[in-house]
Design a protein around this ligand. Structure first.
Ligand SMILES: NC(=O)c1ccc[n+]([C@@H]2O[C@H](COP(=O)([O-])OP(=O)(O)OC[C@H]3O[C@@H](n4cnc5c(N)ncnc54)[C@H](O)[C@@H]3O)[C@@H](O)[C@H]2O)c1
Length: 438
């Protein structure tokens, strides 16, 4: 356990952010940081850049910005690198992704055109809808992991980075369950040497990151680092890990609304969610294997928040459906529809409709920024293994084995801020508040 008021190493020097997958989310993130550095935009949606944290009593009036309260790397100290199966630079990939407007992309072209993807570790079996030329070759998965470790070391040296973090922004891989090969570091390494088919590319990146002492955050719903072998490796190497699946559009709405329904003891008969999405992510999710991974991630949220075992009358029998339809004309501008059948006093039914016209990568980019900064903070604070306090950012938060994940966005935020208070030796805020009336 990390001690209250623990010493935190200063955020000196450059922070390298390594991104497997230079697609819509990554390029929107990198260009966003460049644009913000140049005063061309604001870091809206980023807790590390815009959020404050209340300290002490309400009467004390102490609410510093989070970035002034804990030592975070600054945006000018960030450098970016990544891997992709396509050869496009960040500039070309951003134009292809169609998220940001062309003039903004052009205005930072000098910084983003030179960022070219390193050759990826890729296996078509795990992402059936894609194939690309920029892929590493190796006789075994261990050899591929070693090539990634060389990439990491080279990047660190060439860019003069004091520290690195890795955030998986690659495509969603097909659904797999933990198996014996994922059970221990030894079985995993034997599997790497033997090209075990259940070791996914994302796991090879995670392994390479952890072996290199680099914190790893997983933005997709893939199993990746959420297996005993890689948890053990993270603990052994004293490296923080977190995941899975950035909490952005529809699930963000769910974790905002469901806690409110539960707070008011309103019942739920059903929640029907559907989406249209036309970006490459949508295309990948059109494959049933990749969709299954996403579906599992999206479905778990409601039952954890609503706790049907505690409230069988209200939540014992609700129907929850989620579908995603690949619809190219929409590009990254997803549209989500939710129909929520609720019931109130004496069981009388009511309906809520949500029509969220969101922009997937605009919602995801600040999450990448916050995760990179907080994972770096965690590393400098001596925190290792699963970082549950970062559940706020994920659809399927990783937890200790046997522990159910906390999905309620507001509890997650309280957990995150209390962790920061704890790190800095401040009193935790319980919201009891009786002292004001003594
Ligand atoms: N945008 C969101 O709101 C959001 C929310 C939650 C999760 N995610 C997840 O984040 C990931 C990225 O989303 P996106 O919209 O940027 O998708 P995208 O398709 O635009 O980008 C993913 C990139 O990863 C590359 N890739 C695939 N496998 C790779 C590998 N093994 N190594 C290196 N590169 C690889 C692809 O070529 C592609 O360029 C997806 O898994 C998505 O499900 C996104």
């Amino acid at each position: 356990m990390i001690e209250k008021g623990t010493p935190i190493a200063p955020a000196e020097g450059r922070l390298g952010i390594l991104l497997p997958g230079l697609g819509a989310v990554s390029t929107t993130f990198i260009i966003g940081v460049e644009a913000i550095r140049r005063g061309l935009g604001q870091p809206i949606g980023s807790l590390t850049q815009m959020g404050t944290i209340r300290l002490g009593k309400r009467t004390e009036g102490r609410s510093p910005l989070i970035r002034d309260f804990v030592p975070l790397a600054s945006l000018p100290d960030m450098v970016f690198g990544g891997w992709d199966i396509y050869e496009d630079s960040v500039y070309d990939a951003a134009i292809g992704a169609g998220v940001l407007e062309r003039p903004l992309i052009e205005s930072v072209k000098d910084a983003i055109e030179p960022i070219r993807p390193m050759k990826a570790v890729f296996d078509h079996e795990f992402v059936k809808r894609l194939d690309g030329p920029n892929v590493k070759k190796g006789k075994t998965k261990l050899e591929l992991a070693e090539q990634l470790m060389e990439d990491i070391a080279r990047f660190r040296k060439e860019k003069g980075c004091a520290r690195l973090v890795m955030v998986w922004c690659g495509s969603t891989e097909v659904f797999i369950k933990p198996e014996a090969v994922h059970e221990s570091i030894e079985s995993f390494e034997t599997g790497l040497k033997a090209n075990h088919p259940s070791i996914a590319p994302s796991m090879i990146y995670a392994y390479a990151a952890l072996k290199s002492g680099v914190p790893f955050a997983n933005g997709a719903p893939n199993l990746t680092v959420d297996v005993p072998a890689l948890r053990q490796l993270a603990a052994e190497r004293q490296v923080p890990i977190c995941g899975k699946d950035f909490k952005t559009g529809q699930t963000l709405m769910k974790t905002i609304l469901a806690p409110g329904l539960k707070a008011r003891m309103l019942g739920l008969a059903g929640w029907y969610s559907t989406n249209i999405l036309g970006n490459r992510d949508g295309e990948v999710l059109d494959d049933p294997g990749s969709f299954k991974t996403k579906e599992e991630s999206k479905l778990s949220v409601l039952s954890h928040i609503l706790q049907p075992e505690l409230y069988p009358t209200l939540y014992g029998d609700f129907t929850h459906k989620v579908s995603i339809h690949y619809y190219p004309p929409r590009g990254d501008n997803k549209e989500g529809w939710d129909n929520i059948d609720i019931f109130g006093w004496l069981g009388y039914p009511m309906q809520i409709k949500i029509n969220f016209l969101c922009r997937d990568s605009i919602l995801a980019a600040p999450i990448v920024l916050d995760l990179a900064l907080f994972m770096d903070l965690a590393q400098r604070s001596g925190m290792k293994g699963v970082q549950e306090w970062l559940s706020f950012y994920f659809k399927s938060p990783m937890t200790a084995p046997g522990l159910y994940p906390e999905h309620d966005l507001f509890i997650q935020l309280m957990k995150l801020k209390n962790t920061l208070r704890h790190l800095r030796g401040e009193e935790l805020i319980t919201h009891l508040g009786t002292e004001y009336y003594d």
